[in-house]
Design a protein around this ligand. Structure first.
Ligand code: ADE
Length: 224
């Protein structure tokens, strides 16, 4: 999968993709992530990318031309399956969206700053809008990093033990059951007996029950 990201703060996106699973996905050639500095498409000597809003109001708006020029330049190289805008006023990211995106070949992600982008970018170019939650970040970069992380680990072949991604929380709309490792007794606090029993069908039943109970307690909305 190829992921292009347009940003006015490209250095914010350097470190998140150079660790552990995402780094290995890149090394294995399963994911290619390229960051593009929007400033390079800025207008005039000052490489302007934002301006005051029509109609008045606080906050700058990202101008349409630099973004349109950047997107069009990238589109000359490849067809994008989705052009995604990271913004808080959008449907919230969930595992189902991450699963769907992990099967795409080319994704372009636009990150916003300030008051956001000129709305015409959204109507003319963007095919999907994603929020990572009901709070406002300084810019879309960290949101894009969250999206890319959630998607890339699901690309077939990225996680060695395929089972591991399939048993994550949310894969079947349930939270994960609790997990334990050695020691089986920490200062009197013991691991549930069933996990030491070696009875794997029973252990699976226990895990399913726990997943359901935890979901009912912590995120009952997922069961609706
Ligand atoms: N940009 C700023 N806040 C955001 C959020 N919550 N989700 C996605 N992009 C954002």
């Amino acid at each position: 999968m190829r992921i292009d990201i347009i940003s006015v703060a490209p250095d914010l996106l350097e470190s998140p993709f150079n660790h552990s699973i995402i780094k290995r996905a890149k090394e294995k050639g399963l994911a290619e992530i390229v960051i593009h500095d929007l400033r390079a498409f800025g207008l005039g000597n000052y490489k302007q990318i934002d301006d005051t809003q029509f109609g008045g109001g606080a906050g700058m708006v990202m101008m349409i031309e630099p973004i349109a020029n950047c997107i069009r330049k990238l589109q000359e190289e490849r067809d994008y399956d989705e052009i995604i805008y990271m913004t808080p006023d959008a449907p919230t990211l969930n595992q189902s969206t991450a699963n769907t995106l992990s099967l795409k070949e080319n994704i372009l992600i636009l990150t916003g700053h300030y008051k956001g982008v000129d709305h015409r970018i959204r109507t003319l170019f963007i095919t999907k809008e994603i929020s990572i939650g009901d709070y406002v970040l300084t810019g879309g970069e960290l949101a894009a990093a969250v999206l890319v992380d959630a998607v890339v680990r699901l690309i077939p072949g990225v996680i060695g033990d395929e089972q591991s991604a399939l048993t994550d929380s949310f894969q079947d709309n349930l939270l994960s059951p609790p997990v334990y490792t050695r020691p089986s007794n920490f200062e009197g606090s013991k691991v549930p007996e069933i996990l030491l029993s070696g009875n794997f069908p029973k252990i699976e039943d226990w895990r399913s029950d726990q997943a359901y109970e935890r979901t009912q307690q912590i995120r009952p909305d997922l069961l609706k």
